[in-house]
Design a protein around this ligand. Structure first.
Ligand SMILES: [Zn+2]
Length: 67
């Protein structure tokens, strides 16, 4: 295959992927796995609001659009 054709495919693929990442800007919070709560390891019924996502359960992913 023509190397320049492969380059074009790679660039187009990257643009499509970046646009999808920009549009679908949120991802499930990795710290609380989307629950918004971080449970204590000592007391099973005690939890705190997730400090990463402030209890929303979602965070902006890489390349996500700003608010
Ligand atoms: Zn969280």
């Amino acid at each position: 295959m023509d190397p320049s054709f492969v380059m074009v495919l790679v660039v187009v693929g990257a643009i499509v992927a970046l646009r999808a990442l920009y549009k679908y800007r949120l991802k499930v919070c990795p710290k609380c796995t989307g629950t918004g709560k971080v449970y204590s390891s000592l007391f099973s019924r005690r939890f705190m609001g997730c400090p990463r996502c402030s209890r929303k359960g979602e965070v902006r992913g890489a390349f996500g659009s700003p608010d």
